[in-house]
Design a protein around this ligand. Structure first.
Ligand code: ATP
Ligand code: MG
Length: 424
């Protein structure tokens, strides 16, 4: 409406007001690309500085032991300087843009007034009309520049959106396609020609894995460090999709069953698993609001940690500290094992879950787990643990794997003679 009234009052003065707004729009357009680039760089640098800082906090002890604090601090300071430097440059650009746009609006107002005054002198415009015109021109230009400003801000927000897109656009875990009663699923796993590599063009970590694991069977996965044991465990857990082939449970591809359903059947301790800040009972029951104390103690006994927990001043209410910092590594592993068993899984998957234990405690756990009526798949290095399995799968990279049947597994005997149910 302002524009219409302005046109009616004086088309030539309206042209000046429109030219000023056009010049502002052109300036915004010219400054958009460098400002956007500066903001994008700022976000990347700030993210780098943040992760460096968090990583330093997490590794403060090894850092101190290796006397690297000073060097680490210098690196962090350099990153911080980069962030501040980028921020200052962005602010400078911003300042430059604000000054230029103030010059445009100021210059346009001055020009309008001079031209308006000339028209008043020529009697083509009255003083009152000039006053009214400049008021309408002010409203018009402030509305249009605000609109342009908001449009640019909206576009700039897209930058944050792009940084979140990697997470937000990640495909959701597929939902179950089959209606299944979890109780009826037998924990027998089949690997159909599984192959895996972390990216196209990279070497195959696993290939031609084609075997079955029967319900109740105990399997050991062995191989040198870096051969892909943990990778295979992650595939079996459904955490990594195989590049080739598929994993089936009781004849159903796990993708069809739905990962969340499949994972309800599994109790797992992965390599470098960690506890959460809270009490031991909260950790074992995974913060379930109504946990079963009896079941928890039975699981802790199986994991050979019950007595040690009882000897702590606060027993099961003892706080484990952030990531389990107040427990020894071996205690942490046993609490993690108790947590995996508390789920009452049909499948127990352990990746070096007893690597920090002394031989005696490991033996106690092996003997306590052996008679449990569940399928066990574990990565192990110690000969004693491997010998307890019924079959051993030795990974062989691109060549697949070799499978050995253990002639006298102590676990299988116990399991076959008298299968026991999970601790209740
Ligand atoms: N996220 C990843 N991206 C790319 N390569 C990876 C990644 N994780 C592991 N790898 C590579 O995959 C190979 C297998 O790793 P994996 O962790 O499965 O070995 P591992 O047999 O469990 O070893 P260890 O006995 O030391 O635990 C290694 O060569 C490793 O460098
Ligand atoms: Mg590993």
């Amino acid at each position: 409406m302002s524009f219409g009234i302005m046109l009616a009052y004086s088309p030539s003065l309206t042209l000046i007001a429109v030219a000023a707004v056009a010049a502002y729009a052109a300036l915004r357009w010219l400054s958009y690309a460098p400002l956007r680039e500066a903001n994008a760089e700022y976000l990347v640098l700030a993210a780098k500085e943040n992760s460096h800082f968090l990583e330093t906090l997490r590794t403060i002890v090894p850092m101190k032991l290796s006397g690297q604090q000073a060097a680490r601090r210098v690196r962090w300071q350099n990153l911080m300087v980069d962030v501040i430097d980028r921020d200052v440059r962005t602010q400078k650009l911003d300042l430059l843009f604000t000054t230029a746009s103030a010059l445009i609006t100021g210059g346009a107002a001055l020009w309008l007034l001079t031209q308006g005054a000339a028209q008043v002198m020529e009697n083509t415009l009255s003083v009152g009309m000039l006053m009214a015109f400049s008021s309408y021109a002010g409203t018009f230009s402030s509305r249009v520049t605000n609109l342009i400003g908001h449009a640019v801000e909206l576009k700039m927000l897209g930058l944050h959106g792009e940084r979140l897109a990697d997470i937000a656009l990640e495909e959701a875990e597929p939902l179950a396609e089959v209606e299944t009663d979890l109780q009826r699923i037998r924990p027998c796993i089949a690997l159909r020609n599984i192959g895996f590599r972390y990216a196209e063009g990279e070497p195959w970590i696993l290939r031609h894995l084609d075997f079955e694991i029967a319900a109740g069977e105990s399997i050991a996965i062995v191989g040198p460090s870096g051969c892909g044991k943990s990778t295979l465990i992650k595939i079996l857990l459904g955490l990594l999709p195989p590049t080739e082939g598929e994993v089936l449970i009781d004849g159903i591809p796990i993708r069809r069953l739905g990962l969340s359903v499949y994972q309800q059947l599994i109790g797992a301790v992965i390599q470098d698993d960690s506890l959460l800040a809270g009490s031991i009972s909260e950790n074992i029951s995974f913060f379930a609001p109504d946990f079963d104390q009896g079941r928890m103690e039975a699981c802790a006994r199986t994991a050979a940690i019950h007595e040690e927990i009882l000897s702590m001043p606060m027993g099961y209410q003892s706080i484990v500290g952030e990531m389990g910092s107040s427990l020894s590594s071996g205690q942490k592993q046993r609490v993690l094992l108790a947590r995996a068993l508390y789920k009452q899984p049909k499948l127990l998957i352990l990746d070096e879950a007893t690597s920090h234990l002394d031989a005696l405690n490991e033996q106690r756990i092996v003997q306590a787990i052996a008679p449990l009526n569940l399928t066990k798949i574990q990565v192990a290095h110690r000969a004693e643990t491997v010998a307890c399995a019924q079959r051993v799968i030795a990974l062989n990279g691109e060549l697949g794997c070799e499978i050995f049947v253990v002639s006298n597994p102590m676990s299988s005997r116990a399991a076959l003679e008298e299968p026991q149910s999970m601790p209740t």
